[in-house]
Design a protein. Structure first.
Length: 94
């Protein structure tokens, strides 16, 4: 039996859905964001530090504080199986 975990995203327990469009206008801004995400992932893994992630889903602007477990070319993965597309992330603060 699969266990479902409650996620606390902006004081709601819903799982977000994301549109297919990107919110980034330039490739340089996207590269800078990916670098910030990579640094946040390293600090999350090495020092167990949570980071604040600001993103936009179909309901609007949201913010979550969590540890980044892994990244790939298109998404970041948080604890409890949460996946957020990089194209929908506005900022990552460590």
């Amino acid at each position: 039996m699969k266990t479902m975990y409650n996620t606390n995203i902006n004081r709601t327990t819903t799982i977000s859905q994301f549109p297919e469009t990107s919110i980034h206008q330039s490739m340089t801004a996207l590269r800078a964001l990916k670098l910030k995400i990579f640094k946040a992932m390293l600090k999350s893994k090495l020092h167990k530090i949570s980071c604040r992630i600001v993103f936009i889903d179909i309901n609007g602007l949201r913010e979550i504080e969590a540890q980044i477990c892994a990244t790939c070319e298109k998404s970041i993965f948080l604890k409890k199986g949460i996946c957020i597309p990089i194209k929908r992330i506005l900022d990552v603060n460590i």
